[in-house]
Ligand binder design. Structure first.
Ligand SMILES: [Zn+2]
Length: 525
């Protein structure tokens, strides 16, 4: 009997569909098509080659099947190693590779295969099991798609309302604009009161260089995606009626934002760095900078706990598998490359670097040395942060000191190499979260989370009242455009809102409680 569909293909498709379902809230399912196609094609080719040599379909399929089977076993073991022996994880995961190789050779050996009396039955059972598994995954995905088509309406717009002002920028002066987001960077008084850290040295360094540092700034939202969607469009966001399509609903205003669009119309080159997530980068920028190979987010997640992970951690393979090493390399790359941009990219430019630091994970000590973490890599913050409060305070302070040193060097290089004085926005997209809890009904210490660093260099306008103490990110481009590009955009009230992935239809105005410290805990070390 000649099996019609090689069953390893069924298993691979089922595994990919499983990953699609798991990551569907964060990653567009379209990203899974390329790896699915490549894996199926590779499997088919390898099966044909093996069959050419051994002339036995049953055996050829079995030999091929053991590759994904062993990779799945490897994945489970690697994940276990990371939680049990975090310090030795790379070495142990690396040691597993030759062991898996030997095991593979044993399992697919002709001696073992010959001991099977009825190979056709083996093929039959594997086809049946993987066929069922695939049907199960297909039904799971179909259910989601069905819910999307039948019970939900598609996003008719985006999270941003239409602008009433017919905005056009005048291009009399076209200074370079740098937007450097230091994710989770807190305001000076929060650092002082909650973190017991004196940040006045850094603030004066900024002021000496002409920055205006807003002493009462608040972020407009408490999470990156909301802040950035609002920031780039200089407007507040509308809530969304359902969880379906919510990520796309928020992502679209970032990727196709007003600020980039208007600046593009007057000849600006847009520059963005590859980010840790889709929300911290603008993929369609004229210049898209990355120090990694162009894997998409789905592919990089697929490679987590594969043999490529420890190899990538030991050697620089350029694969952006989400690990501590990748995280450090990305931060360093952004800081270093920013210094070169004034000279390397000519003409007026809008540059966006979203640096995930001092936000957890805490991967740098004060001097920028790598910290060996005790936990598997994650970006979790707030209540999901893996670790205690004291650990948070300590890790955050150290990473902040490192970021301070590096960012001053970066700013100095930008200032020195720019032909005309540039505009620089240096801000936290929100504050940190050592005591913050964003329970929508009873949020805790929103003061910590909404009090962000907000420093702007508008050459010639440090002290003339253009910038003001309670200014928030939503007004940044309104002020920049009014000051340099002849617009008359009215400033919005600087308010803070709580929005959540879990309840996309709700929005809670927390402006009234954002200066209350009652629910905050304070570090006394
Ligand atoms: Zn953030």
């Amino acid at each position: 009997m000649k099996p019609r569909i090689p069953y390893p293909l069924l298993l691979i498709t089922a595994v990919i569909l499983d990953r699609v379902a798991i990551s569907s809230t964060q990653i567009d399912a379209v990203q899974s098509l390329r790896p699915l196609f490549v894996l199926l094609l590779l499997t088919a080719i390898v099966t044909l080659i093996i069959h050419y040599f051994i002339k036995d379909w049953h055996y050829a399929n079995f030999i091929v099947l053991m590759i994904p089977a062993l990779l799945l076993a490897y994945r489970s073991l690697s994940s276990l190693i990371k939680t049990q022996f975090p310090q030795q994880a790379d070495v142990l995961a690396l040691a597993l590779i030759p062991i898996a190789g030997v095991l593979y050779a044993l399992v697919v050996s002709r001696r073992l295969w010959r001991s099977i009396r009825n190979p056709a039955r083996v093929t039959y059972y594997f086809s049946l099991v993987f066929g069922l598994l695939l049907s199960f995954q297909a039904v799971r995905i179909a259910k989601e798609v069905y819910a999307l088509f039948v019970t939900e309406t598609f996003p008719s717009g985006t999270a941003i309302s239409a602008l009433t002002d017919d905005t056009r920028l005048q291009d009399k002066s076209r200074p370079d604009i740098y937007v450097i987001v230091l994710d989770g960077y807190a305001r000076q008084d929060v650092l002082h009161k909650i973190y017991n850290h004196d940040n006045t040295g850094f603030i004066s360094e900024l002021e000496t260089r002409g920055f205006y540092v807003a002493s009462k700034s608040h972020s407009n939202y408490i999470q990156t995606v909301f802040t950035m969607a609002s920031f780039w469009n200089y407007d507040y966001l509308k809530p969304w009626q359902s969880a379906h399509e919510y990520p796309q609903y928020l992502l679209q205003p970032i990727q196709k934002n007003r600020a980039f669009h208007l600046l593009d119309e007057i000849g600006y080159t847009s520059v963005s760095f590859e980010g840790v997530s889709s929300f911290t980068q603008i993929k369609d920028a004229d210049v898209y900078l990355s120090n990694f190979l162009p894997f998409n987010k789905f592919e990089t997640l697929l490679l987590v706990d594969s043999p490529l992970e420890p190899l990538s951690n030991m050697f620089d393979l350029g694969i952006p598998i989400p690990t501590y090493k990748t995280h450090r390399l990305r931060v360093r790359y952004e800081l270093d490359t920013l210094k070169e941009i004034p000279a390397s990219i000519s003409g007026p430019k809008i540059v966006y670097a979203h640096i995930v630091s001092p936000h957890p994970p805490f991967v740098f000590d004060r001097n920028g040395n790598a910290i060996q973490s005790q936990k598997p890599y994650s970006l979790w913050d707030e209540s999901t942060y893996h670790g205690g409060q004291a650990e948070y305070w300590n890790g955050y302070r150290n990473q902040l000191v490192f970021v301070n040193t590096e960012i001053i060097k970066t700013i100095d290089a930008i200032l020195e190499k720019s032909e005309t004085p540039p505009i620089i926005v240096l801000m936290g997209d929100h504050g940190p979260a050592s005591t913050f809890d964003w329970d929508l009904e009873a949020p805790r210490c929103v003061w910590e989370r909404t009090s962000n660093l907000f420093a702007v260099l508008l050459p010639g306008h440090q002290t003339d009242g253009t910038l003001y103490a309670s200014m928030s990110p939503v007004n940044t481009f309104r002020v920049i455009f009014n000051t340099y590009f002849g617009t008359e955009l009215s400033l919005l009230e600087d308010r803070s809102y709580l929005m959540s992935w879990q309840q996309p239809s709700s929005i809670k105005d927390i402006t009234g409680i954002r200066d209350t410290l009652d629910s905050c805990t304070v570090s006394d070390d």
